[in-house]
Unconditional design. Sequence first.
Length: 118
Amino acid sequence: MKRLALIVSLSLMNMGLQVWAENPPPDASLCGPYPDNYKEIVMKWLETQLIDASSARIEWNGEPKPADLGGNGQHLYGYLVQFKVNARNRFGAYTGKQEHGALIRNGEVVKGLGFAYQ
């Protein structure tokens, strides 16, 4: 039984490495300038996305990383910022921490992740 578990674990690890090898992060030169002020950029963008942006409590999950969020053979390069948001809804209650992301290119958010409309 332990041997079977070991084989399954090694197989899953190998599949994960294959996916990484097929889809490595893009070259940062394709993503535009690094957004040093990424928190300001995301906060400004959240003002257009949230019901009560002033109530938002943000938990940042690391620095922006080069990413390609395109699909169907198309590329959408930028710097992906991942964060959690707890903000008030239209009833005035906090929604709880929800995971989101924003792809930044040339100082603006070009794609948001984790919102209902996506």
